[in-house]
Design a protein around this ligand. Structure first.
Ligand SMILES: O=C([S-])c1cc(C(=O)S)c[n+]([C@@H]2O[C@H](COP(=O)(O)O)[C@@H](O)[C@H]2O)c1
Ligand code: NI
Length: 410
């Protein structure tokens, strides 16, 4: 599973999010090919590597064509025109974008439209994105959904989310920070936001908040796995300190790689459930792994009165016990959780990205006293097998042979 961890110590905007994903390796060509599936013109994109505080990152910008800037939402008759939420929703629905991208992009627009509607006391149908803002918003929001899809992100975690303080001048006039649309989106959520009183401007824009609200599944948490890459997307505002969003790509399938001990102490939690749905069970297992469980699974059992049921289990550290028990008691029908402290014999693990003639592949090297093993990362193998039109078994044998030759050569 690929997890995107956003370190939002200087907030988040649509531009910062896309800048960070380009810095992580998102292809501009692939991104623009997808974006062109929407009939929107009058802009071009700039993706510029740059440096702030001596840190290399990426500046992303949507540049509007001249007539768009002059037009600024006013027709020659002096009337405001623009695209309504319904028009934009239809534009997305009628495109050839992937269904997951359509769903996510629409959800992002809906978040902003609902918030704007509340703040300005308009119905959802009456919320309009004025022409210039609409192009920028379409690129940022549809772009965010495209970027997550192209990068194969399964989960998003947001840490250290911060906003500034004071007031800013926008088209509406002087507004307080967090800006009204952001404040509105926070209603009904417990998304933790730290307000920085050293920064007297906006750090979280409405688009940034919509990305957080629609895409993030966990906040202020660590994620087990191998950190594959990290990147920085720069913000436009002068904040007096580094204005960047840091994005980190974590591969949780390669978790516990760097355990360098042969025995450890873990806690095994278990609960029997005869009233949980299959969907809830799968979500709970995903939620446990997301919260840092070393492993989580279910076992089919038969309970009293012949009831078919599931035993839900997970392995965690003793320090995680209180938080995970609370999670299970609040999100499942469980009314009690058994726990056991268990010892495990484990192999030393190290994961290396190895370049082979078939492409790069993660290899897990395992050792226990004199016993050694190595395994190839299944997802990488599947992807390379598709690329080279080989069966996975064939490709595995070829790559293992190549590794043996490499090792013999030293
Ligand atoms: O255009 C509108 S209606 C608008 C509303 C609000 C409210 O908080 S209400 C805020 N803003 C500001 O516009 C820029 C752009 O925001 P994006 O999310 O499109 O990047 C930003 O400074 C907002 O605070 C606009
Ligand atoms: Ni507004």
């Amino acid at each position: 599973m690929k997890i995107l961890v956003l370190d939002a110590f200087s907030g988040i905007s649509g531009d910062m999010f896309l800048g960070a994903l380009f810095d992580l390796g998102l292809s501009q060509t692939d991104f623009e090919t997808e974006l062109k599936k929407l009939p929107v013109t009058g802009y071009h994109l700039t993706v510029t590597p740059s440096s702030r505080s001596s840190i290399q990152g990426t500046d992303f910008d949507v540049i509007l064509d001249d007539h768009q800037v002059k037009d600024n939402g006013i027709t020659e008759h002096g009337h405001h025109h623009g695209r309504s939420f319904a028009t934009i929703k239809q534009l997305i629905a009628q495109s050839t974008l992937a269904p997951t991208v359509k769903r996510r992009a629409t959800a992002l627009f809906e978040q902003v439209a609902i918030a704007e509607g509340h703040v300005h006391h308009k119905s959802l149908e009456d919320v309009h994105f004025h022409e210039v803002g609409a192009i920028d918003s379409i690129v940022d929001m549809v772009g965010a959904a495209i970027a997550l899809e192209l990068m194969g992100i399964d989960r998003v975690i947001v840490n250290n989310l911060a906003d500034g303080s004071g007031t800013i001048e926008i088209a509406h006039g002087t507004v307080p920070v967090p800006v009204p649309a952001v404040m509105q989106m926070r209603i009904g959520t417990a998304i933790p936001i730290h307000q920085r009183f050293d920064v007297h401007t906006e750090l979280i824009t409405p688009t940034g908040m919509a990305i957080v609200k629609c895409c993030a599944t966990a906040f202020d948490t660590t994620s087990d796995g191998v950190i594959e890459r990290t990147g920085y997307g720069f913000g436009k505002r002068e904040t007096g300190s580094l204005n960047a969003l840091r994005a980190t790509l974590v591969n949780s399938q390669l978790s516990q790689q760097t355990v360098n001990q042969e025995q450890d102490h873990v806690t095994l939690l278990a609960t029997n459930l005869d009233d949980i749905t299959g969907q809830q069970l799968a979500d709970t297992i995903a939620g446990l792994l997301d919260r840092g469980a070393k492993d989580a699974w279910s076992e089919p059992i038969v309970m009293k009165k012949g009831r078919p049921a599931y035993k839900l289990c997970c392995l965690i550290t003793p320090q995680q016990q209180a938080a995970i028990v609370t999670y299970l008691l609040t999100t499942t029908p469980a009314i009690g959780i058994r726990y056991h402290h268990v010892h495990r014999a484990i192999m030393d693990r190290q994961v290396k990205l190895v370049t082979t003639s078939y492409g790069p592949i993660h290899v897990k090297y395992l050792r226990y006293h004199n016993t050694t093993k190595r395994t190839l990362e299944h997802d990488d193998l599947r992807q390379l097998a598709t690329t080279h039109q080989l069966t996975m078994a064939d490709l595995q044998a070829k790559i293992l042979n190549e590794l043996t030759t490499m090792e013999q050569k030293g």
